[in-house]
Design a protein around this ligand. Sequence first.
Ligand SMILES: Cc1cc2nc3c(=O)[nH]c(=O)nc-3n(C[C@H](O)[C@H](O)[C@H](O)COP(=O)(O)OP(=O)(O)OC[C@H]3O[C@@H](n4cnc5c(N)ncnc54)[C@H](O)[C@@H]3O)c2cc1C
Length: 385
Amino acid sequence: MLAVTGVADIKTVGIVGGSLGGLFQAVALAELGLDVTVWERSAGRPDDRGAGIVLQPGVAWFLSMFCGVDPDRISVPVTHRQFFTRDGRSHHTLMRQRMISWGAIYTSLRDRLDVARYHDGQHVTALTSRPDGVAVEVGGAVHSVDLAIVADGSASRHRGLVAPDGVPRYAGYVAYRGVIDEAELPGELSASLRDRFSFYDGDQTQFLCYFIPGDFGTTRRRMNWVWYVRADAAGLDRITTNRDGIAHGPSLPPGLIAPQVHAELLARARTSLPQPLRRLVEHTREPFAQAILDGRVSRMRKDRMLLTGDAAFVVRPHTAASAEKAATDAIALFTALQQFPSVDAALQAWEKDRLAEGAALYRHGVSLGHRLGLSAPAAMPDRIG
Ligand SMILES: Cc1cc2nc3c(=O)[nH]c(=O)nc-3n(C[C@H](O)[C@H](O)[C@H](O)COP(=O)(O)OP(=O)(O)OC[C@H]3O[C@@H](n4cnc5c(N)ncnc54)[C@H](O)[C@@H]3O)c2cc1C
């Protein structure tokens, strides 16, 4: 006879947000035989944000076990870490890692999930706890589910239902980012960065870069760079206000940077970066930017509602662990629902485990930011909603 587990108590799961955090959960829970529905606010296929992601073990395991994808096939190897000095010289040490892109992970997850489970262009407007589940309001209709997973990102609208204390704060610096097709880079520049995870630590600034796979995991490679620069609250507003004067909140997508902000970025690159890295900034047609946020919650569960991914902890990118955290949230729930005799026991154990890991990553990210001189405890201004 099969043991009765937490899975037996639930049949339907509703997921708010269809980015990586929501998709990891959807794929894993569908694997358990649950009736999963994802509601994603944006319509159509999202942009491949161009974001490079360090491939960590949990994401690699997830892709291979749940999606049947060989992570090596959709990622790019690095063999060394390379450290630049201001005069452009560098030294390197052996360090094997693999780099993937947001789009390659997203595509693998979407390909795995039954299309009928994913509803895009659907904005979840309200969630209400009921004795044995949650009512999810979407486009005027109300759906009852046994379990609701809130995966609506760092600017989560629904986080407060579970953890009112979790609104992220601006950490006092931004990440400028850029992506360039390898074919557009001069050959000798590309060769000097190939197979390397390159860093430059300057005065209250850090630049890093590495190659990632092509758009949505295609084999053509792209150079991905990230440049952390301090900016006060007014500076952040300027950087993330687009060329038409529209404010974009905590992140400015590619193609929208204001000409004056772009010119200042190029001028700053000329005066403060080693020559090879400055050239990367100059070769980037559409730099984009993202505020660095700190978000910490004291709860991830209320009744049958869970927080996952960036809707729970928002950790600094120095940890290279945000996508990994979202994947392990899903793996841990998949495991707990099979291990514990009731859904409540499973969710309780899951929350304890995920709170501990989220808090540790949060602290680690903050301390890395301090060590790089990018922020100090006193330099944490207003909350960003
Ligand atoms: C620009 C950028 C660059 C990043 N770079 C890296 C990186 O280099 N390395 C790394 O590890 N991580 C990176 N991350 C973070 C990483 O992508 C996330 O941590 C991970 O994808 C988990 O995010 P999430 O799904 O929880 O939230 P998000 O990716 O923010 O997704 C939230 C989703 O919820 C949807 N949504 C919001 N409200 C509603 C609603 N009411 N109803 C329906 N849908 C809703 C949104 O449209 C969105 O699709 C980056 C994130 C961003 C934004």
